[in-house]
Ligand binder design. Structure first.
Ligand code: 5GP
Length: 179
């Protein structure tokens, strides 16, 4: 059953599951013989990270960071680091795992920040990409789906902390968005 606040489902569970399996196969091939560290960006990447880990056929470790640039349904443009990594990434093959790239400001900030820590390689994997919204030029090497410029929720993505638990990705009804 679709949540009553959802206008339409953009990506259902099955579509998400099979795309992540494909991404897993691609990453497994690309990282063969290496032991990457997956850095999940809290909180939106949690379901994606969990599914990606189970589809990744190479040994890997995980760590998390928390950044914030959003308030309600729009980016403030100011990125804040709320929680940092526990482990060093020096000489590691780093894969940053994001839920969605919108303006690109978050990933661009993160990329600069992580590069100063001396990783061996650094690549970005995002479940969703809204390429029409870029304010800075950044293109993740691995992307699940390119989507139009609409505010989406579900599968980790929230609106004021709600809807993260939905197993699909959908567009919110106008009536559910506070003016
Ligand atoms: P950026 O810095 O690229 O503008 O935004 C990245 C962050 O903004 C994402 O990690 C996510 O938290 C939030 N965001 C961007 N677009 C959407 C969207 O359509 N829905 C939700 N729920 N969050 C979004």
């Amino acid at each position: 059953m679709v949540h009553p606040d959802i206008e339409r489902v953009l990506l259902d569970e099955g579509v998400i599951r099979s795309r992540i399996a494909e991404l897993g196969r691609q990453l497994t091939a690309d990282y063969a013989g290496r032991k990457p560290v997956l850095i999940g960006i809290l909180k939106g990447s949690v379901p994606f990270m969990a599914d990606l880990m189970r589809n990744l056929g190479v040994d890997h470790t995980v760590d998390f960071m928390c950044l914030s640039s959003y308030s309600g349904d729009s980016s403030t443009g100011v990125v804040r680091l709320i929680l940092d990594l526990r482990e060093s990434i020096q000489d590691r093959d780093v894969l940053v795992v994001e839920d969605i790239v919108d303006t690109g400001l978050t990933l661009s900030y993160l990329r600069q920040n992580l590069l100063t820590r001396g990783p061996r390689t650094l690549e970005l994997v995002t479940l969703l990409d809204k390429p029409d919204c870029r304010k800075v030029s950044i293109s993740p090497r691995y992307c699940g789906f390119k989507i139009p410029n609409e505010f989406v929720v579900g599968y980790g993505l929230d609106y004021n902390e709600a809807y993260r638990h939905l197993p699909y990705i959908g567009v919110l009804k106008k009536s559910a968005v506070k003016a």
